[in-house]
Write a protein that binds this ligand. Structure first.
Ligand code: NAP
Ligand code: GCO
Length: 265
């Protein structure tokens, strides 16, 4: 029996994919044959993303869209169907984090994180599911986090959002699996992107950031992961090879969740 990992003939929308994890996942999906569509909030970032995809030999389609706006999302999804084709694969990747101690965080700051990291995946999934039902298939991949399982200081809003995103993933599976729609999550570990750059900055005395040392001690491979290392798991979850996988959060964390951590020397 041949296992089909190909994405030939499929249209993949990866949200917030001008750079970072979204760009890496979209690039991997393109190599597997998918037509790539992505969005960003600002035209200048969409243009930068288009140039980066072109440099990687990928003829991507870019749209300006704030994923927290249901009106903008619905308009973008309809425009993609006209310009390209209906969406077969959705990756809810766009996300923000605000690292603030909970009691110092305003309700508005908390709401902003929930809006992008949890409400937006609901909005975009709701926009693409009807067409997936009509066409008898669909793949939704939600980018979760270690914080879908664990807490830590200063990330209360982000952890609440990513924990909710894990359960939204399971609920989309439960409600739409009957239409041959698979909704799974990817839970990246600690990845070298702009979002985690502050956690890896060299200290004034040239020493490594304490959090950098902490994460390496918590990762069996003793290193941060690269965005490209998420592409293979994403292609698997976007392909027919995973048609029997639904409601699952695939942790791509280098083993962090399995490991108590290296004893300090
Ligand atoms: P990143 O470098 O900060 O990139 C986030 C992307 O999302 C940017 O392109 C950003 O666009 C876009 N975005 C933010 N708000 C948006 C909105 N309202 N509408 C449209 N696009 C929006 O983050 P990353 O590290 O690549 O992370 C990508 C995803 O993986 C996020 O969901 C994050 O929570 C998750 N994650 C990251 C890690 C990690 O270690 N890096 C680990 C686990 C999970 P702008 O530049 O215009 O803001
Ligand atoms: C943090 C990091 C994490 C990562 C990721 C881990 O401040 O702890 O930003 O939240 O982004 O979500 O899986």
């Amino acid at each position: 029996m041949s296992v089909n990992f190909s994405l030939e003939g499929k249209v993949a929308l990866v949200t917030g994919a001008s750079y970072g994890i979204g760009f890496a996942i979209a690039s991997g999906m393109a190599k597997a044959g998918a037509t790539i569509v992505f969005n960003d909030i600002k035209q200048e970032l969409v243009d930068k993303g288009l140039a980066a995809y072109k440099e990687a030999g990928i003829d991507a389609h870019g749209y300006v869209c704030d994923v927290t706006s249901e009106e903008q999302v619905n308009a973008m999804v309809a425009q993609i169907a006209k310009d390209v084709a209906p969406i077969d694969i959705l990756v809810n990747n766009a996300g923000i984090i605000k690292r603030i101690p909970m009691c110092d965080m305003t309700a508005e700051q908390f709401r902003q994180v929930i809006d992008v990291d949890l409400n937006a995946p609901f909005i975009v999934s709701k926009a693409v599911i009807p067409s997936m039902i009509e066409r008898g298939h669909g793949k939704i991949i939600n980018i979760c986090s270690m914080m879908s399982e664990l807490g830590r200081e200063t990330v209360s809003a982000y952890a609440a959002a990513k924990g909710g995103l894990k359960m939204l993933t399971r609920n989309i599976c439960s409600e739409y699996g009957q239409y041959n729609i698979q909704c799974n999550g990817i839970g990246p570990g600690y990845i070298e992107t702009p979002q985690t750059a502050p956690l890896r900055e060299r200290q004034a005395d040239g020493s490594r950031h304490p959090f950098d040392q902490f994460i390496c001690a918590k990762t069996p491979a003793n290193r941060w992961l690269k965005p490209e290392e998420l592409a293979g798991p994403a292609v698997f979850l976007a392909s027919e090879a995973s048609d029997a996988v639904n409601g699952h959060i695939l942790y791509v964390d280098g083993g962090i969740l399995a490991y108590i951590g290296k004893q300090p020397q």
